[in-house]
Design a protein around this ligand. Sequence first.
Ligand SMILES: Cc1cc2nc3c(=O)[nH]c(=O)nc-3n(C[C@H](O)[C@H](O)[C@H](O)COP(=O)(O)O)c2cc1C
Length: 368
Amino acid sequence: MPLVSSLMPSAARPVNVLEYERLAEEALEAGALGYFAGGACDERTLRENVAAFGRLRLRPRMLVDVSKVSAATTVLGSAVSMPLLVAPTAIQKMCHPGGEAATARAAAALGTVMTLSTIATATPAEVAEAAPGGTRWFQLYCFEDDGVTRALVEQAVEHDYSAIVLTVDAPRAGRRERDLRTGFQVPAEITIPSVAAALGQPATLTIAEVFAMLDLTLTWRDLERIRGLSDLPLLVKGVMTEEDARLACEAGVDGIVVSNHGGRQLDGVAATIEALPEVVDAVEGRVEVFVDGGIRRGTDVVKALALGARAAMVGRPVLWGLATAGEDGVRHVLELLRDELELALLLCGCPTPADVTSAHVSANSGGS
Ligand SMILES: Cc1cc2nc3c(=O)[nH]c(=O)nc-3n(C[C@H](O)[C@H](O)[C@H](O)COP(=O)(O)O)c2cc1C
């Protein structure tokens, strides 16, 4: 029985992402919760991702005509209802039996992009079939066996995914101490069918087995080859420095996602919203820049836009909706964020995302 249903009276439904997080904590068993919620080592970066948004202040402008406000925009040339997209997160069937198909349907209902993880519990084909009208991106990990990487990209192309998002910050999984404490193991019934299919095996791979097959030799020089695997636009996800932003542009990528993997990889790196400006400066408008990590409010999205992001992405908020109420929960989380975002745009005097400028945000040195 889902904790929340769209049939519930609205007063009984959560009113924000934080409340969904609390409900998800009740819905998930300890090992799964630690996996979804946790970060690396001391979780400094995990906390900072959220805290850094609290140190930014909005600078709203008054007496602007806000009789018509719309969050609609485009990303890589595709129309979306809002500059907030769904980030790739692994093994969603451990969160809720509906898994990635439920997330895809919810994202499509909201008119935004769903990014499917390589480490998904549904194939690119199943997710495409679940939400045929939706815009989907495919998140790619590169495997030592080039044939596997190639087969994954082929699955994405065949099923009308419209971009490849190459994650570059996870050649190995970070040290997730919550998982060590709970002794977390992915349950045997949770399998990664797309990788298994790419390997020509039955669907019985664990996450650890998948990570053990990733290509640790990958460098910027390989991007041309990866770009050549399909005609789809290529984004790199996990860039945190101006140096790498420049290399990404030189390698001909179509977009950059400023991300620290939700604080799950290298603890001690900056909050993503703090890394965003240096990446935006280095890119000099050559490609679209996205950011994820710690976005929990519509106002956070406005801050990301003000600092130069084309759009923001959310990982855990979607998982909290999914764990609480499956597809309905994800849809409601995305609706809440969209409504908050539209109101924030209105109150900032920005009728559209394109009206948000760097003058709409300032740093508050006095803490959060
Ligand atoms: C449980 C979990 C699994 C994730 N799995 C992947 C993945 O398979 N591939 C990937 O590129 N990023 C993965 N990420 C990182 C997200 O794409 C995203 O960068 C991060 O969740 C953003 O931070 P947020 O959770 O604070 O929104 C995962 C994140 C979480 C929380």
